[in-house]
Ligand binder design. Structure first.
Ligand SMILES: Cc1ncc(COP(=O)(O)O)c(C=O)c1O
Length: 390
């Protein structure tokens, strides 16, 4: 009796592993979990205090559907300050998390017959959102370091191309699209007249000499075609607060506002006040968090590559490592579920992100925990490969 729309949604391959890992922990098993898609830091104090103040001041009623004017202004100021982008309030909408922003974008822009180019590996929800909007995902392979080039995108363009999804730094690979390629991709979008959805939720998690360029900042023509999606979830360790935002043309924002007015209405008034403080307040906590992630990144990358049969491209951003485990002879689902059963380590199978050769490890956990987990993986892979050889 269910609608075809939901019957076609692929169940998340990651959920089974995650649920099992949590159950094992509940049963008293010492499981090391690399599954988290969120910072292990707490929301900074100034942001929590802003929310408490909002409650005590009775900011507890409906707000305008697309967010309070002060928050839209804070988003506009942030986009100017950090990304050199000029948007006014009518070109901004606040939604219930970046995921909600992206869902509304898909619903507002895509329809039957459209194609959306999706670089692989990709964050799980993009594919389902495209399909829910009745459009077709067109997968675009990247290289062995997960680097996307304009030439790779160009090959996938057809008269039906409506959108390209850019997620740089990427979940799950941590790869960043090089600024030169971003420039060329912008030209492709302008020449072929398709939208670029730029999901910038990991923009602050950029390490070493890597540079993240916001594609909309490259000129008026590409800005008109870009839909910038972002959220406070990762940058400010606010995943539970559910505040995301979109900047795009007035036409798109109006359509998203209409859609949102009949689904969620406004995001939580209290969370909006917290997000206002996050964007306008001191930014020190972001720097501290990024510094900690960088240390962990270098550690996990080195340790993973010391494991025989495992090779890992250096993550350039975000907080994930995406090692190739195909030399172990196991697919990503088999690798992940056996690793959990036999060595009590939870990783996410790459198949969920479009690559069965890889698994995803989040390093949003302490160095000590990373070390414990990698010791176990090392030992377990050794046992497995001995068995395969013998
Ligand atoms: C690439 C990417 N985009 C968007 C989101 C959505 O984050 P949120 O809805 O918490 O803002 C996530 C969360 O994992 C993500 O990894």
């Amino acid at each position: 009796m269910l609608a075809e729309r939901v019957r076609n949604i692929a169940p998340s391959a990651t959920l089974a592993i995650d649920a099992k890992a949590k159950q094992l922990r509940k049963d008293g098993k010492d499981v090391v979990i690399f599954g988290a898609g969120e910072p292990d830091f707490n929301t900074p104090e100034n942001i929590k205090l802003a929310a408490i103040k909002a409650v005590n001041s009775n900011i507890t009623r409906y707000t305008p559907v697309g967010g309070i004017p002060e928050l839209k202004k804070a988003v506009a100021d942030k986009l100017k300050r950090e990304n050199n982008l000029d948007y006014d309030a009518s070109e901004i909408i606040v939604s219930c998390g970046g995921k909600h922003s992206l869902y509304n974008i898909a619903m507002a822009v895509l329809e039957k017959g459209d194609e959306a180019i999706l670089p692989v590996p990709y964050w799980v929800s993009y594919e389902e959102m495209i399909k829910l909007a009745e459009a077709k995902p067109v997968f675009c392979q990247t290289d062995e370091r997960f680097k996307l080039t304009a030439a790779m995108v160009e090959e996938k363009i057809s008269p039906k191309t409506k959108m390209l999804i850019l997620n740089s730094p990427s979940n799950p690979s941590g790869a960043i699209v090089n600024p030169d390629e971003i420039r060329k991709i912008a030209k492709l979008a302008v020449d072929n007249n398709f939208y670029v959805v730029s999901d910038e939720v990991y923009e602050h998690f950029v390490y070493g000499s890597n540079e993240q360029v916001s594609i909309a900042s490259l000129g008026d023509e590409i800005k008109k075609l870009t839909i910038v999606s972002n959220s406070v979830s990762k940058t400010y360790a606010m995943t539970g607060w559910r505040i995301g935002y979109t900047a795009a043309s007035r036409e798109i924002i109006k359509a998203m506002d209409n859609l949102q007015s009949h689904s969620t209405s406004n995001p939580s008034s209290i969370a909006q006040m917290a997000a206002l403080e996050a964007l306008n307040g001191l930014q020190d906590s972001v720097k501290l968090m990024v510094k900690a992630f960088d240390e962990r990144r270098r550690f996990i990358h080195k340790r993973l590559n010391e494991i025989e049969g495992v090779s890992c491209a250096e993550p350039e951003g975000a907080f994930y490592a995406f090692p190739d485990v195909s030399e172990t002879g196991m697919g990503s689902m088999e690798f992940s579920s056996k690793l959990l059963d036999e060595a009590l380590v939870a990783v996410v199978p790459g198949i969920a992100f479009g690559s069965d050769r890889h698994v995803r490890l989040s390093y949003a956990t302490s160095i000590k925990e990373i070390e414990r987990g990698l010791d176990r993986i090392d030992k377990w892979v050794k046992q497995k490969t001995v068995k395969i050889i013998s």
